[in-house]
Ligand binder design. Structure first.
Ligand code: NAP
Length: 315
C-alpha cells in the first residue's frame, strides 16, 4: 500500500480540513517547524468559500470575499512550509499510534498527531425532489444564491437562527419570503424573531413540513403537509432555502472518538484535546454554539499549540 511519507514514513502532524480552523492550525504548526500535512477534502476552503462578503473577520475594514479570505489563509500556510494533499479519508484507526488514515483510493497516512478540522455541512430534508432540484431553485445558502431570486417568491425551511437569518437576508432580493416551520414555536433567539416578525416581506406557515418540492427543470412550488391536521396545500414559490441546521463531519471517527448527542466531537474544557491522546479538534466540528470563522481560527491556533506541546512532551 502506498504511503504518504513524512520523515521516517510517519508524519509528525496531519491536519484534516482547510477551513479557517485547519489553515490556522497549519500556519501555526508550520511556523513551529512541524511541516504539517494538510488534507483538503471535498470543499477546499470550507464553508466560507460558499459565502460572499465577509464583514466581521477582524482586520478588514472593508468586506472581504469568502474565497479570497481563504486563499490568503492558504498562501500564508504554504509560505511556512505546509504541504497540501487532496483526498478523502475513508477510514481512520486512532486506536494506536501512529494513527492510520486510509484514503478512498487505498493510500494511507501514518501520523503521530492529528488535528481534525473537518467542519460541518448543511443538513437536508432528505426527499427525492430536493435532490432533483438542487441548484435549480433548491439551496442551503442564501448568501450564495439569494441574488438569483430578485423579485421572486422564496420559501425558507426551519425555525432556528439560521432560518431567520437567511429569511431576513433574502428579503433584500425576494418579493416575498415564507418561513415553513414544523412547530408553532421558533427555536431562534428573541432578537432574531423580533426582527423577522417586523419584516413585512416575511410570513410564517406553522406546524408544517415540505412533502414535495414541485417543478421539473426549476422549482415552481412546494406541497406542504400540516403535521397536526395532515391536510396538504400547495404554495407557489421560485426557490426553497433549507436552513435546518448543520451536521458535523465526524462519521469516520465515531468508533474512536467521543461525540456528543448531535455528533460533534467532544474536547476537554479549555483545550482542543479529544478523548484520544494526540488527537485534537478545532473549528465547527467541535462547536455547535459559536460557528464563526474567527472562533474556528482561534481553536485552530489552540490545536496547533496543543499538538506542538504534545509532541515536545514525547508522550
Ligand atoms: P438549530 O438551532 O438546530 O435549528 C434548526 C431548526 O431546523 C429548528 O427549528 C428545527 O426544528 C428545524 N429542523 C431540524 N431538522 C428539521 C427537519 N428535518 N425538517 C424540518 N425542520 C427541521 O440550527 P441553526 O438555526 O442552524 O443554528 C445552529 C446554531 O448556530 C445555534 O446555536 C444558533 O444560535 C447559531 N446561529 C447563530 C446565528 C447568529 O447569532 N447570528 C446565526 C445562525 C446560527 P425544531 O425547532 O422543531 O427542532
Amino acid at each position: 500500500m502506498e504511503k504518504l511519507d513524512g520523515a521516517g514514513g510517519v508524519e509528525a502532524l496531519t491536519i484534516l480540513g482547510t477551513g479557517p480552523a485547519g489553515l490556522t492550525a497549519a500556519i501555526y504548526s508550520a511556523r513551529a517547524n512541524l511541516k504539517p500535512l494538510c488534507v483538503e477534502g471535498e470543499q477546499p476552503g470550507g464553508q466560507l468559500t460558499i459565502t460572499s462578503d465577509v464583514e466581521n473577520y477582524p482586520g478588514f475594514a472593508e468586506p472581504v470575499v469568502g474565497p479570497d479570505l481563504m486563499n490568503a489563509f492558504r498562501k500564508q500556510a504554504e509560505r511556512f512550509g505546509t504541504r497540501f494533499f487532496q483526498g478523502n479519508i475513508a477510514r481512520a484507526d486512532l486506536s494506536q499510534r501512529p494513527f492510520r488514515l486510509v484514503m478512498n483510493d487505498g493510500r494511507e497516512i501514518l501520523t503521530q498527531t492529528l488535528i481534525i478540522a473537518t467542519g460541518a455541512s448543511a443538513k437536508w430534508i432528505g426527499i427525492p425532489s430536493e435532490k432533483k432540484l438542487m441548484g435549480k431553485g433548491v439551496s442551503a445558502c442564501a448568501t450564495c444564491d439569494g441574488f438569483f431570486f430578485r423579485n421572486l417568491d422564496v420559501v425558507v425551511v426551519g425555525g432556528g437562527d439560521t432560518a431567520l437569518e437567511e429569511a431576513t437576508f433574502l428579503t433584500r432580493f425576494a418579493k416575498s419570503v415564507t418561513v415553513v416551520h414544523r412547530r408553532a414555536q421558533l427555536r431562534a433567539s428573541k432578537a432574531m424573531q423580533d426582527r423577522a416578525f417586523k419584516n413585512p416581506k416575511i410570513r410564517f406557515i406553522w406546524d408544517s413540513a415540505i412533502e414535495e418540492i414541485l417543478g421539473e427543470k426549476a422549482v415552481t412550488g412546494v406541497r406542504l403537509k400540516n403535521l397536526l391536521t395532515e391536510q396538504t396545500q400547495e404554495v407557489k414559490t421560485d426557490g426553497v432555502f433549507v436552513a435546518i441546521g448543520h451536521q458535523p463531519n465526524t462519521a469516520i471517527f465515531k468508533n474512536d472518538l467521543t461525540l456528543d448527542e448531535s455528533g460533534y466531537l467532544v474536547v476537554q474544557k479549555g483545550s482542543t484535546l479529544t478523548n484520544v491522546s494526540g488527537v485534537f479538534a478545532a473549528g465547527d466540528v467541535a462547536d455547535h454554539v459559536y460557528r464563526q470563522a474567527v472562533t474556528a481560527a482561534g481553536t485552530g491556533c489552540m490545536a496547533a499549540l496543543d499538538a506542538e506541546r504534545f509532541l515536545e512532551s514525547g508522550d
